[in-house]
Design a protein around this ligand. Structure first.
Ligand code: CO
Length: 211
């Protein structure tokens, strides 16, 4: 059996198992999607949103990209955010990074990864520059990388708060709260590192009026 055929076989077994446990499992799910959470995570195969949070299909709306970045020109991410906030009415947006993130590690080198990846990783280099003094004081390279992972998540929370999508929802509906988390590949534990409640004021430079 070819590797991808195994996936299809396992899928049939998984579907059968769900129906055995709960006969109307798929009927209920197909009729309604009301997740409370939007998850913005890393594409890393070791950080699957549902498995590590013990949640079921239907519970988390998910967007993943390299190093869980929130970039204000990323139409893909902004479409997901708009849909989750304005149509699914999620109450929480979670940005979840992970220690040992390959994207963050790559951004700490001077290597040329060619234009597209260079473009993407530039955003993490900018986070590094903003927090340069704190990071420069950490000598151990792994610890420095871990801290950059945390600071990267924090900056992505700020990037969310800078969008008119979030600011409008905060003004009109007092949601969603924003949560910055980091997952440990070594122990499977998620550490909350930054939180921004709905309605928090940010630098006035980024706050819109007449929303
Ligand atoms: Co990663």
């Amino acid at each position: 059996m070819l590797p991808y055929e195994t996936l299809l076989k396992d899928n049939k077994e998984w579907a059968a198992e769900r129906v055995k446990e709960q006969p109307d499992f798929f009927k209920t799910l197909s009729e309604l999607q009301t997740p409370e959470f939007l998850w913005i995570g890393c594409s890393d195969s070791r950080v699957p949103a549902n498995q590590i949070t013990g949640t079921q299909p239907g519970e988390i709306f998910v967007h993943r990209n390299v190093a869980n970045l929130v970039i204000n020109t990323d139409v893909n991410l902004l479409s997901v955010l708009d849909y989750a906030v304005n149509y699914l009415f999620v109450k929480h947006v979670i940005v979840c990074g992970h220690y040992g993130c390959g994207g963050v590690k790559a951004s700490m080198t001077s290597d040329d990864f060619n234009q597209v990846l260079n473009m993407w990783l530039r955003n993490i280099k900018d986070v590094h520059r903003i927090h340069r003094s704190e990071l420069d004081a950490i000598e151990d390279e792994e610890k420095k990388c871990d801290r950059l992972v945390e600071l990267n998540v924090q900056e992505q929370i700020f990037n969310l708060a800078k969008t008119s999508i979030i600011q409008r929802a905060w003004q009109n509906d007092k949601r969603p709260d924003l949560h910055g988390w980091v997952y440990g590949l070594n122990d499977g534990i998620i550490k909350p590192v930054y939180e921004m409640k709905a309605g928090t004021h940010i630098d006035p430079l980024y706050e819109y009026k007449n929303l």
